[in-house]
Write a protein that binds this ligand. Structure first.
Ligand code: AMP
Length: 278
């Protein structure tokens, strides 16, 4: 497993990989969710490249960039047994040198949901992923359904900018009890961690309603809110029942829909989602 930091070293390492190359972009502090993406990339390609980069431009001024968890040695130990060819760990100075001024904006898809709560977040995501794609030139790139809107934004960007690669979206890896794995779960104390299973429970309750025939989106949103309200430690920021493709809020569910939510436990903001009709 080659570990490279500079763009020149990444390019040299990439040129030495002959054949299909799967790419998994991450911000590090890896967990089984990330590793499931790496395993899928390994299964579907001759080579695998993983990037570890906490991208400053996707964090808002009031967000947790400086205290985002980092542990490179631990991440490398987790990746070594998985047969990863190259790990790229660029620095912020390499990605955004002085004078940097070029941005990728996926307009409408970046506006609702997470974008409404985190202005400029998806501009930062789309820009860094475009830069990572240009450098790594993967055959396929792997993202998690955990960040559903991110996956939608990246898919759109790849189509709009003609990136010659396939985007693969992988299922959400969950802990026992249903809590979606996230690097931010480390901030939860024991009672918050228990309480945080409420996200999955509320998504499951809405899905049950849907499966019993309910198609009124507001009824599904109210069900999610009701279950979330039953957990004293949870502070709901938003719940949504949106069209899967446009991410616009629905009145009635027809075709594929996305249930999603953001919920605070103390200062820790958790997101989760489920697909209906897919
Ligand atoms: P991050 O390091 O948080 O930027 O995540 C890197 C990639 O891993 C993104 O494509 C995420 O959607 C994906 N990911 C994060 N958590 C999970 C999870 N619990 N299950 C599946 N994929 C995940």
């Amino acid at each position: 497993m080659k570990i490279v930091a500079s763009l020149l070293d990444l390019r040299a390492a990439r040129l030495s990989l002959d054949g299909t190359t799967g790419f998994v972009p991450t911000m590090g502090y890896l967990h089984d969710g990330h590793l499931s993406l790496v395993a899928r990339a390994k299964a579907e390609n001759q080579h695998v490249v993983v990037s570890i980069f906490v991208n400053p431009t996707q964090f808002g001024a009031n967000e947790d960039l400086s205290k985002y968890p980092r542990d490179l040695e631990r991440d490398l130990d987790l990746l070594r047994p998985l047969g990863v060819d190259v790990v790229w760990t660029p620095t912020a100075e390499m990605m955004y040198p002085s004078g940097y001024q070029t941005w990728v904006e996926v307009e409408a898809l970046s506006q609702p949901l997470e974008g409404a709560m985190r202005p400029a977040h998806f501009r930062g995501v789309a820009t860094v992923v475009a830069k990572l794609f240009n450098a790594v030139q993967p055959t396929k790139a792997y993202f998690g359904q955990k960040d559903a809107q991110q996956a939608a934004v990246i898919r759109r960007m790849v189509a709009d900018l003609n990136f010659p690669l396939e985007v693969v979206v992988c299922p959400i890896a969950r802990a026992a009890g249903g809590l979606a794995l996230s690097s931010r779960n480390k901030y939860l104390d024991e009672s918050q961690r228990k309480g945080a299973t409420v996200l999955f429970r509320s998504l499951s309750a809405a899905r049950d309603l849907y499966e019993s025939g309910e198609r009124n989106a507001e009824t599904l949103r109210l069900k999610m809110k009701e279950v979330l309200a039953g957990e004293a430690l949870a502070q709901t920021q938003y719940v949504s029942c949106a069209d899967y493709d446009s991410l616009q809020e629905l009145d009635f569910v027809q075709g594929k829909a996305l249930l999603s939510m953001a919920v605070y436990f103390g200062n820790t903001r958790l997101i989760d989602n489920a697909i209906l009709g897919g």
